[in-house]
Write a protein of this length. Structure first.
Length: 84
């Protein structure tokens, strides 16, 4: 198996796939594989208004999530356009 690395951008140098990206993606979707995301940052938001602020900033209903639950979300700008 040969690793294919990301060439540019914030993930430059990270393994993109091992030669069979479609098979690997299906394994990830089926929860029978994992991806190393240790190069990514973890952001902690604290304070009384954190849920309201995150709810307003993202496309996800953050306020309705149970504690210690993760969920993907997109970050929006002031006009509602996707930034991240």
């Amino acid at each position: 198996m040969t690793a294919v690395l990301v060439e540019s951008g914030p993930d430059a140098g990270v393994i993109w796939h091992f030669g069979e990206p479609n098979h690997e993606q299906r394994a990830l979707a089926a929860a029978s594989a994992w991806a190393d995301l240790s190069h990514r940052s973890i952001i902690t938001v604290s304070g009384q208004d954190r849920l309201t602020w995150l709810n307003d900033l993202t496309t996800q209903e953050i306020a309705k999530l149970a504690p210690h639950t993760w969920s993907p979300a997109l970050i929006l700008d002031a006009q509602g356009h996707i930034q991240h």
